[in-house]
Design a protein around this ligand. Structure first.
Ligand code: NAP
Length: 284
């Protein structure tokens, strides 16, 4: 395509961003729809993050995704915040609308859309959700999964204080609590949905001897991590015959929601999955 002064510019902002799948996913959809737009990865220097994000409104991008570690900083760039963002204090999507920067959190809806796609009707039997982790992904997934349903959410996190903070955020939406890391086996036994929203199991990060033998036979095991696609947790769950959800679905659906915000059209999520699986296979 030819880039002109009219071409809309979108970016993923993070550090690191070199391995982000977003440029391939969003770039593929831009091409599918013949849009005059480009989507580029932009690594933001952590030491310059505050100044960079303060300057964003004047840059006039069409849209941006925000990834680790700037999902909180992104709020400072925005003057309009969606309800999800107000509750969670983290944004993953920015849109320049009518001269103002709007902040959204599409991880919430993306997490929910992915489990619904994989296991329709899952929510009917989900009375207890265990969320492992307490960072941005954990809070967004908990919020996305419980909204309007009312299951009990238990946060278990290496740092107990952060689990307490995450539980406090959820208190207006239903029953919730935080437990010590040592309570993980019992939390596995009680959960209808087990969510790993920590970095455990991610390529290059530590993993964990998950107490999968304690899980209910009816449990759904959902991992936010998508590299590798089948984490140690998902493999253990599959070998026990449990239902699973991988992290790629959430990535694709949160991206599709951002695409709809920016361009007003629903992109082809199945096509994106095929493209991203090919990229992940080439990297493996
Ligand atoms: P984050 O805010 O940095 O949180 C990281 C979490 O992992 C924290 O709860 C941290 O615990 C925990 N953790 C890190 N190392 C650990 C260890 N050795 N043992 C136990 N816990 C450990 O990151 P995030 O943005 O929430 O992302 C978390 C994961 O979700 C990442 O793997 C990311 O790729 C994935 N993610 C996926 C999607 C998707 O679309 N599929 C979207 C967003 C994120 P402490 O609080 O104790 O440090």
């Amino acid at each position: 395509m030819t880039v002109t002064g009219a071409t809309k510019v979108l970016a993923v902002l993070g550090d690191p961003v070199a391995h982000s799948l977003s440029p391939a996913m969003l770039g593929g959809w831009i091409a599918d729809h013949g849009l005059d737009a480009v989507y580029v990865p932009l690594r933001v220097d952590r030491g310059e993050a505050a100044r960079t994000f303060q300057a964003l409104p004047g840059l006039g991008l069409h849209g941006a995704n925000v990834t680790v570690p700037f999902k909180e900083t992104a709020l400072e760039a925005a003057s309009v915040h969606s309800a999800d963002v107000k509750t969670l204090g983290v944004a993953n999507t920015l849109a320049w609308i009518g001269g103002q920067v709007h902040a959204f959190n599409t991880d919430c809806g993306g997490a929910r859309a992915a489990i619904e796609e994989a296991h329709p009707g899952w929510a009917e039997a989900a009375q207890r959700v265990l969320v492992i982790g307490a960072g941005g992904a954990a809070r967004a997934m908990a919020f996305g999964l419980v909204r309007g349903q009312g299951p009990h959410v238990t946060f278990v996190n290496r740092t107990r204080g952060k689990a307490e903070e995450a539980a406090a955020l959820m208190r207006g939406f239903g029953p919730t609590d935080a437990q010590d890391w040592s309570a993980l086996p019992d939390a596995f036994a009680e959960a209808d949905v087990i969510v790993n929203a920590s970095t455990l199991g991610m390529t290059g990060h530590a993993t964990h001897p998950w107490p999968i033998e304690r899980a209910k036979p009816s449990a759904i095991v959902y991992d936010a991590v998508y590299a590798p696609l089948e984490t140690d947790l998902l493999k253990a769950a599959r070998l026990r015959g449990l239902r699973t959800v991988d992290g790629l679905g959430m990535l694709i659906h949160q991206g599709a929601m951002a695409f709809r915000i920016w361009f007003g059209v629903a992109p082809d999520t199945a096509k994106a999955r095929a493209r991203l699986l090919a990229i992940l296979a080439a990297r493996a």
